[in-house]
Write a protein that binds this ligand. Structure first.
Ligand SMILES: C[S@@+](CC[C@H](N)C(=O)[O-])C[C@H]1O[C@@H](n2cnc3c(N)ncnc32)[C@H](O)[C@@H]1O
Length: 362
C-alpha cells in the first residue's frame, strides 16, 4: 500500500545519509571545541524552545505577525526579555523578524502551535518540564548504575508517578499524540491494515494511531486499550476523526490482560518502555488474548546496524533514564517475541525512524 503523500522509503534513507555527511562537514568546518560548544548549547536551545511553547508564542502569532510590544502585552511577559528570546530563536530558524519589525511564524515555529497538524508543542513542554529536566540531570547516575533514575527520585515507576501528577501527565499525553501524529501517515503508508476485521491498539493512548488505521481500513473496527485515566481523554480525539462509533474503548492494564479476539494487536512504543521481563509479560498477555492467526505489530525505533546518528539511539537513553527500559535491535525484539510464544515474520521499514515488526503465534 502506498500513499501519494509519502516519499519512497529508499529515497528518505538516502537523504538521511546525505544529511549525516553534511553534518560531519559542518562540524569539521570549525575547531573541535567550537563544534562541541554548539552541541552543548543544544540544552539551551531545547529549553528556550520549550519556553516558547509554554508561553504560547506560536499560538499567539498564528493570527498574524505582531510587534514585540503587542506580543509582550498579549502574553503578559517582559518585552525586553521576549525580544532577546526571539532574537536567539530567530537565529536558528524558529520565528522570523520581518522588515517592518514585526515577528512571524516560520515553518519550524508552526510546529509549536498547539493546533498545528503535527504539533511538537507537547513534546517541547514535556522534555523541557522541570520534572523531566530533573530526571535527565541524573543521567550520569543512570550510566553508572545501569538503572532508571525515576524510581529512586520519585519513589515509584514513571507511569505511577504520572498518574499522581495530572498536569505533567497531560503534557506527556499531548507529547505522545504529537509524536503519533508525526508518524501515523508513515505507518499506514507502509502497512496494509485493511485485511483485519478487528484491530486492538494496546497502550494506544488517546487513540490517534488507531483513528488513522481505521481511516485507512474503512471496514475494520478497533479496540482502544490503555490505563483508565488515559483512555478517559480519548473520546474527544476519536470524535474529531469521526471514528468513535467504530472503536470500543477498553480501560485496563496490560500486565493483567488485554482485549480478546482481535485479528491484529498494535503496540506502538510500548515494548520499548519496559525491561525484558515486563516486556515478555505484556507479550504473553497478548498471546493469551489473541486468536491463533492474529498478527502482532510492534511499532518501534529499531536500532539499526550502523554508527550514524539515529533518533532511536537518543530515545534509548530516555528509556534508560526514565523507565529502566531500552530500544532494541530487530534480533532483540525477535528474542522477546520468541519467549512470549510468537515468531517475528518480517520488519517493515517506514519513511520515519520507526519500523513495524510483524509477528505470528507459534
Ligand atoms: C510511550 S506511550 C505510547 C502511546 C501510544 N501507543 C503512542 O505511540 O503514541 C506508552 C503508553 O502505554 C500506556 N501504559 C503504561 N502502562 C500501562 C499499563 N499497565 N496498561 C496499559 N497501558 C499502559 C501509557 O498510558 C501510554 O499511553
Amino acid at each position: 500500500m502506498t500513499s501519494t503523500k509519502t516519499p519512497p522509503t529508499k529515497l528518505v534513507r538516502a537523504v538521511e545519509r546525505v544529511r549525516h555527511h553534511l553534518s560531519r562537514i559542518n562540524q569539521r568546518a570549525v575547531p573541535p571545541a567550537a563544534a562541541m560548544m554548539e552541541l552543548i548549547m543544544g540544552a539551551w536551545i531545547a529549553q528556550l524552545i520549550s519556553a516558547a511553547a509554554e508561553l504560547g508564542i506560536a499560538d499567539e502569532l498564528a493570527g498574524g505577525p505582531a510587534t514585540g510590544e503587542e506580543l509582550s502585552r498579549r502574553l503578559n511577559v517582559d518585552q525586553d526579555a521576549l525580544r532577546r528570546m526571539l532574537r536567539a530563536l530567530i537565529g536558528i530558524g524558529v520565528f522570523r523578524h520581518r522588515s517592518d519589525g514585526r515577528y512571524e511564524l516560520t515553518a519550524l515555529a508552526e510546529t509549536l502551535r498547539t493546533d498545528s497538524p503535527v504539533s511538537m508543542a507537547g513534546m517541547a513542554r514535556w522534555v523541557g518540564s522541570a520534572q523531566h529536566r530533573e530526571h535527565w540531570s541524573h543521567v550520569a547516575d543512570a550510566i553508572r548504575t545501569g538503572s532508571a533514575v525515576v524510581p529512586a527520585l520519585r519513589g515509584k515507576p514513571i507511569f505511577d508517578y504520572l498518574a499522581d501528577e495530572p498536569a505533567l501527565a497531560g503534557l506527556f499525553n499531548q507529547a505522545m499524540t504529537g509524536l503519533s501524529e508525526s508518524s501515523v501517515s508513515a505507518v499506514v503508508a507502509a502497512y496494509d491494515f485493511s485485511r483485519f476485521a478487528t484491530i486492538a491498539d494496546v497502550g494506544g493512548g488517546h487513540g490517534r494511531l488507531l483513528a488513522a488505521i481505521l481511516e485507512s481500513a474503512p471496514q475494520a473496527r478497533g479496540v482502544l486499550f490503555d490505563l483508565p485515566e488515559v483512555v478517559a481523554g480519548a473520546p474527544v480525539l476519536l470524535r474529531r476523526h469521526g471514528v468513535e462509533h467504530r472503536i470500543r474503548i477498553d480501560p485496563g492494564s496490560f500486565f493483567e490482560s488485554v482485549p480478546e479476539g482481535a485479528d491484529a494487536y498494535v503496540l506502538k512504543h510500548i515494548i520499548h518502555d519496559w525491561p525484558d521481563d515486563d516486556a515478555v509479560r505484556i507479550l504473553q498477555n497478548v498471546r493469551s488474548a489473541a486468536r491463533r492467526d492474529a498478527r502482532v505489530l510492534l511499532i518501534e525505533f529499531v536500532i539499526p546496524d550502523h554508527d550514524r546518528n539515529f533518533h532511536g539511539k537518543w530515545v534509548d537513553i530516555e528509556m534508560l533514564v526514565v523507565a529502566n527500559a531500552r530500544e532494541r535491535t530487530a534480533a532483540e525484539y525477535g528474542q522477546l517475541l520468541d519467549k512470549a510464544g510468537f515468531r517475528l515474520t518480517r520488519v517493515v521499514d517506514t519513511v520515519g525512524p520507526i519500523s513495524i515488526l510483524e509477528a505470528v503465534a507459534v
